[in-house]
Design a protein around this ligand. Structure first.
Ligand code: SF4
Ligand code: SF4
Length: 374
């Protein structure tokens, strides 16, 4: 499976891949931290959106700017910027979402030294008519900022191309997710994690044919895929930068068959209408897509979505996976847990940082949880 190999190689060493993009395609690379980044505009500007997921290195430089009680995503991203590990970025786009990202944006602008920096002040409450009007204005502003920063004109043709590209990428990722949920033997959860991660960093024109090939190969191999045993679990939280979690869970008798993560379904769910004004169509997706805890719909929207997800994907249990010190996810946790408890869906909470807890600790927790599911 050459397609899977290529995707996994990009995901395993994202900065090596990122550093090679401009030489390979002439495209500029735009860093970001969040699924509200309006990536379609970046692609329409001829650049590559590149998701930053924190660092694996020790954090020291970032600690001069951020308190140690900020999440490891924010501290790790700043650390890599200050160490020069992200010198391949032309700039960054910061959608204003949680408090930590908003503060990071200010510090980044003043200290990271990239050629451009764009703040995108999105609406917080999304289910009002004025939110839609405001979102369209924000998109138009972000488009103008990108045009100035990257020296291009984002024409309607470029927008149409970006929309159709993203619809295809998101649709194909959804197909692969559904294939795994129906038959976890077709691709391991760890491999699927790498596919998702690659999808958030690769040149999207290079990515799409690889995803198509992978989907077709998985479909063709589905009948001969090894049968898998294990309880079906879904992950819910923010980002996961720990592929080992998927493997350890599998060894403890559970298969991750779905998720509600920023490095998962939150990245690809929601298609964009192709036959209306492009900016309005993109705005529609961002206000109708299922929210993360940094945005508001009804007070029960995320709880209902999580219970429904567990039901539709036949999950035996849910593992909440949060980064330590992540306020938005921690604030939503009690009510989400209550929703799952009331629906009879067993669940546990695992908080991680840049490094995972010890292997033995994780295995004990997972084995205990999997035993509860029997
Ligand atoms: S939880 Fe929300 S704010 Fe945080 S990275 Fe994900 S989409 Fe962005
Ligand atoms: S939503 Fe949580 S994990 Fe994501 S950047 Fe904000 S505090 Fe960090």
């Amino acid at each position: 499976m050459d397609a899977l190999k290529t995707l996994k190689a990009a995901a395993a060493d994202p900065y090596v891949y990122g550093a090679a993009i401009q030489a390979k395609s002439g495209k500029k690379v735009v860093g970001n931290f969040c699924t509200y980044t309006l990536e379609e505009l970046i692609v329409a500007a001829g650049a590559v959106p590149f998701r930053l997921c924190g660092t694996k290195e020790d954090i020291s430089l970032a600690d001069k700017h951020l308190q140690s009680y900020c999440c490891s995503l924010v501290r790790g991203g700043l650390e890599d910027a200050l160490r020069g590990n992200l010198s391949f970025l032309a700039g960054a786009v910061f959608p204003h979402t949680c408090d930590s990202i908003q503060r990071l944006s200010d510090i980044w602008r003043l200290n990271a030294g990239f050629p451009f920096h764009i703040d995108v002040v999105l609406p917080v409450k999304l289910d009002t008519p004025s939110a839609r009007t405001y979102m369209i204005d924000v998109l138009a502003g972000c488009k103008a900022d990108l045009e100035a920063a990257l020296g291009v004109q984002i024409t309607p043709e470029r927008l149409h191309h970006a929309i159709s590209l993203y619809n295809d990428i998101r649709g194909t990722l959804g197909d692969i997710y559904r294939m795994r949920s129906a038959d976890p033997g077709v691709i391991s959860a760890g491999d699927l994690y790498h596919v998702l991660k690659a999808s958030m960093i690769m040149d999207r024109d290079e990515l799409l044919p690889l995803l198509h090939t992978l989907r077709d190969e998985l479909k063709a191999g589905a009948k001969t895929a090894p049968s898998t045993v294990g309880r079906r679990v879904a992950l819910s939280g923010g980002i996961c930068n720990h592929p080992d979690i998927y493997t350890i869970l599998e060894e403890c008798g559970a298969q991750v068959i779905w998720d509600d993560l920023c490095t998962g379904t939150r990245y690809f769910e929601g298609q964009i209408e192709e036959n209306i004004v492009p900016i309005e169509a993109i705005a529609n997706r961002y206000i109708t897509r299922m929210i993360c805890p940094a945005k508001h719909l009804s007070v029960t929207a995320r709880g209902e979505n999580l219970v429904n997800l567990a039901k539709v994907q036949k999950a035996d249990g849910v593992i909440f996976l949060f980064l330590k010190f992540c306020d938005p996810h921690s604030f939503d946790y009690p009510y989400l847990k209550k929703f799952l408890d009331d629906a009879g869906v067993p669940n546990i909470l695992l908080e991680v940082e840049a490094q995972l807890p010890s292997d033995a600790q994780l295995r004990t927790r997972f084995e205990t949880f999997v035993d509860m599911l029997k």
